[in-house]
Design a binder for this molecule. Structure first.
Ligand code: NAD
Length: 309
């Protein structure tokens, strides 16, 4: 058992990010993928990204870029990645059968002191850790995209996850400068997606009712609420905005306004086509990668600002 060894399973977008984050905190990271081509692509990509981040002064952690790169090994050997690792982060595709198979394999090789976190965006871990020997040491550790810049990490225990295990992962996430939040139980969709969906739902309904245009409703977040939300959440915002604090902020009309917007809608039908068409004109699908890169550079600058302030 090695307390400085981290195993990463899957070297796609999320696995690569986790590898970079752990390496920045001087952990020895071993990345496993069952595709040699993916692995060599990941190695190249991580090398390029870390050098780029270093040049732009956006590198996480306090150790030199070369040391961070050397902290990451790549392997197609499952045991080499998992044996003796303090912590293993699973980052394979979002398919329940794949998750169940890999967690079963992990159960057979992990040490009794290891912990395994799944990056799954939506599948409760009880659906793939049920019946395993080490199920009390397994949970969901859900990152936010792009994880290198957006530190929020949801820890979602299964009913049988040991609370000490959740606490240990919480401390580990703090150590690597993620921002962990703990759920007390499994809930469909986890928390960040639920909050996100509530905003999406309200925006959809107002466009549907002809109250505001597609472009303008997005500005309500990017140039309005979002600027505050980069620093504090909706509950603290309420507390700060009213003379008597939070209680005052809840009195007026939150309930009435929320009910006025009517029942939740299914995101389908003619409006779906209209919104897609609108985006196709403004951000054609062939320019999505470019626009994502634009987004990531801005989020990176904001995360640096928050770190330095
Ligand atoms: P991805 O498709 O980019 O990468 C998956 C990697 O897993 C690939 O390199 C693939 O070769 C490898 N793989 C497939 N089967 C494997 C196996 N049996 N053993 C080892 N490696 C295997 O996926 P991603 O976007 O990195 O997502 C990974 C997980 O993270 C998913 O569960 C996803 O829901 C979750 N997640 C994704 C995002 C996001 O925005 N992409 C955000 C949060 C969480």
């Amino acid at each position: 058992f090695s307390p400085r060894k981290i195993g990463i399973i899957g070297s796609g977008l999320i696995g690569r990010s986790w590898a970079m984050i752990f390496a920045s905190a001087d952990y020895k990271v071993v990345v496993y993928d069952n595709s040699a081509a993916q692995l060599s692509n990941a190695k190249e990509e991580i090398d390029k990204q870390l050098h780029g981040l270093s040049e732009q002064n956006l590198l996480r952690g306090d150790i030199p870029v070369q040391k961070q790169i050397e902290n990451i090994e790549f392997t197609t050997n499952f045991d080499a990645c998992t044996k003796g690792a303090k912590y293993i982060q699973e980052c394979i595709p979002e398919l329940i059968d794949l998750k169940r198979k890999i967690f079963n394999d992990l159960d057979n090789v992990m040490s009794d002191e290891s912990i395994v976190g799944s990056s799954t965006s939506a599948i409760p871990s009880s659906r793939f850790t049920n019946g395993l020997k080490h199920k009390s040491r397994m949970l969901v550790v859900h990152p936010t995209n792009p994880p290198y810049y957006v530190p929020l990490t949801e820890l979602v225990p299964a009913p049988w996850t040991d609370s000490d295990v959740v606490d240990e992962v919480y401390r580990l996430m703090q150590e690597i400068r993620q921002v962990p939040v703990k759920l007390t139980k499994e809930v469909y969709g986890f928390v960040l997606p639920r909050v996100h969906h509530a905003v999406l739902m309200e925006s959809w309904k107002m466009v549907q009712d002809g109250i505001i245009s597609i472009e303008d409703v997005d500005k309500v977040m990017s140039d309005g609420l979002g600027t505050r939300y980069a620093f504090m959440g909706p509950l603290e915002t309420r507390h700060l905005n009213f003379k008597g604090g939070f209680k005052d902020g809840c009195k007026p009309h939150v309930w009435e306004v929320s009910n006025d917007s009517g029942p939740n809608a299914r995101l389908e039908g003619p409006l779906l086509e209209i919104i897609q068409e609108d985006f196709n004109k403004r951000i054609p699908l062939e320019t999505l990668a470019e626009r994502r890169a634009w987004r990531d550079t801005r989020i990176a600058a904001l995360s640096k600002f928050k770190r330095d302030m």
